[in-house]
Design a protein around this ligand. Sequence first.
Ligand code: AMP
Length: 120
Amino acid sequence: MVYAYDDQNIFAKILRGEIPNQTVFENEHALAFRDINAQAPVHVLVIPKGPYMSLDHFARDGSADEQVGFMKAVAEVCRLEAVDAGFRAVANAREDGVQEVPHYHLHILAGRNLGPMLMG
Ligand code: AMP
């Protein structure tokens, strides 16, 4: 698999401060912010700060520090958003995964019963 990161994607612009976001949490390696089109009462996107297109790209090429930093950000989002009743984490990748933004992001959805995992 060849990963060709496009630094003009909207999340790269958010990371550069060119587009505003509603930040929930940030550390050295990750940024978490509210999805602009929330599908649940809690809908936060966690993204690495490095140029990774998808979960498999980040898992293959992200450094151990980046991967740990990212997962610690996920833990902080869960704590801050108090998702004690449960949540769903979704990572869409490429065409079949219906990924719209080609910068890896993990959706954290919570705040209601989320129903069946797949609708289509
Ligand atoms: P995906 O289909 O997994 O690539 O999801 C991309 C997500 O990014 C969608 O849920 C969009 O609502 C969300 N999104 C797009 N632009 C923005 C933005 N400027 N700020 C926050 N979320 C965004």
